[in-house]
Write a new protein. Structure first.
Length: 497
């Protein structure tokens, strides 16, 4: 059962991708077959994941690269959290794509990439050791490049090259780390508290710290952490909106998961805490939080603004992980969940606007709330949650991150961290809520003052996912204590600290 949520979408996606030149000619007459097949596979993956969540932890070895280097699945509590999030978020994004992709071409190829991406991402969540995670992590790059270059315009191809460059650079740093962990560790399997052998590490601590920092920076490329953040701002504007939602709301979380695995399950907190690696990592996350918010505030293109927002918001999560304190880690894990809901919703709202109006710039959205009220209400709710206003979910995860920073006892950071997060929240209000205000209280372009604008709301396949995600942003805040307990149990798992 561990292999089904990985292999089923992966194989189905490969079949669609390579059969796309032959199947495209039958669209749109048989479009319902394509969307039905994609929806069925997505639902089956979600149901299989639910079964795996309820099952006790077990291990499945696929094959051995070497006698002591197996490719294996082991779905522990951390992996279950991420797998549940990925498969749950895939459902509304896929539903949204059924309507949105009608105005795009090469639908069969798109859904091939979509299913392959689902398979490899669930594979990352289910990985039982470092080599398995790395293989699927590389597979994620190959699967998602189809998202970025889908339109095959000059801008899309250029963005694709940039995405590949950043991904390969990050993966190279991760691969270097694999060889050193293999040499200095007792195992490659993810183990709470780390796998480093003190006898082997003795005398090589400085070298290993450099390697581990390289792994953090490398895996941070997918999470959009400075200095390997540049791909987000070019990839999102050219990709279809459902793909942007995946890249921002889910793909970035795999970078987060990889970093958490490296810190807490490979190196161990006892080896990294209070070293220059922790200081440098915290510094990079805070730089990214502030820089991403400033760039988003200045950006005039809607999807690029949301991309810069992801750069900032995902580094909230990395900041919590970098503090190496249980409360901060719990806050980081809850923000993983909440940010995925909020950012998937925001990109789907952007897709709805683009699909119905073709408008892509912030200045073009004045008064659009009178034409697309449901979409803009949802966008406003996501924005309020992203700022961190109670009772929406974003408030509670950010509260735990700030409390974790204060409890960490790290000089300067314990005070500077919450201050930077607060400044970022104020900037978030500026770049998300101010445009929402203008969307409702300004007159749309081409409409005379006092004249009722023509409604142009999207169809149900687009609106239902938006409404569900907006409701989730509210309900997650109201039910925050349950998610806080779940993430706290993982953070305080015996052996991590």
């Amino acid at each position: 059962m561990l292999a089904i949520p990985v292999l089923l979408p992966l194989f189905c996606g490969i079949i669609l991708f390579f059969a796309s030149p032959h199947l495209e000619q039958y669209l749109p007459e048989r479009r319902n077959w394509l969307t039905g097949f994609t929806g069925l596979v997505t639902i089956l993956v979600f149901l299989c994941t639910l079964v795996n969540l309820a099952a006790p932890e077990n291990t499945l070895i696929l094959w051995h690269i070497k006698e002591d280097v197996p490719v294996m699945f082991h779905l522990d509590r951390l992996g279950k959290l991420f797998a549940a999030l990925v498969t749950a978020m895939w459902l509304p994004v896929t539903m949204h794509s059924f309507e949105y992709m009608k105005h795009e071409w090469k639908n069969v190829r798109f859904y091939g990439c979509h299913l392959m991406t689902l398979g490899v991402i669930v594979g990352i969540c289910s990985a039982g050791n470092l080599v398995t995670m790395y293989l699927f992590y590389e597979g994620m790059t190959l699967a998602t490049i189809g998202y970025v270059i889908h339109s095959q315009t000059k801008e899309a191809i250029s963005a694709g090259f940039k995405y590949i460059f950043y991904s390969i650079a990050g993966a190279f740093l991760g691969l270097m780390g694999f060889f050193y962990i293999y040499q200095f560790g007792t195992t490659l399997a993810f183990t709470p508290g780390g796998v480093l052998d003190p006898a082997k590490v003795a005398g090589h601590e400085g070298l290993l710290l450099v390697i581990l920092f390289g792994m953090i920076v490398g895996f941070g490329s997918k999470a959009g952490m400075f200095p390997l953040h540049g791909w987000l701002s070019t990839a999102h504007p050219v990709a279809p909106a459902p793909a942007s939602a995946i890249l921002s709301g889910i793909n970035t979380k795999m970078g987060v998961l990889a970093i958490i695995r490296v810190i807490y399950y490979i190196a161990g907190v006892s080896f990294l805490k209070d070293t220059w690696v922790q200081t440098a990592f915290i510094t990079l996350t805070l730089i990214t939080v502030f820089m991403g918010s400033m760039l988003a505030y200045k950006e005039k293109i809607l999807k690029r603004r949301l991309a810069y927002s992801s750069v900032s918001q995902v580094s909230y999560i990395l900041f919590g992980a970098a503090l190496m304190h249980p409360l901060a880690l719990a806050g980081a894990l809850t923000h993983v969940i909440f940010h995925s809901v909020m950012k998937n919703g925001l990109f789907l709202c952007a897709g709805s606007i683009i699909y119905k109006t073709g408008k892509t710039k912030i200045d073009e959205l004045k008064g659009i709330g009178k034409q697309m009220p449901v979409t803009l209400i949802c966008l406003t709710l996501f924005g309020i949650s992203m700022v961190g206003i109670p009772p929406f979910c974003g408030f509670f995860s950010k509260k735990d991150l700030c409390l974790g920073a204060l409890a960490s006892g790290i000089p300067i950071v314990r005070y500077a961290g919450p201050v930077i997060l607060l400044i970022s929240a104020l900037l978030t209000a500026g770049y998300l809520l101010v445009p929402a205000f203008h969307a409702f209280y300004r007159t749309p372009e081409g409409v005379k003052e006092g004249e009722a604008p023509k409604r142009c709301e999207a169809g149900l396949w687009i609106l239902i996912p938006l409404i569900l995600l907006a409701a989730a942003a509210v309900m997650l805040g109201l039910c925050f204590s349950s998610f806080e307990k779940l993430c706290t149990d993982i953070a305080y798992l015996n052996g991590i600290f």
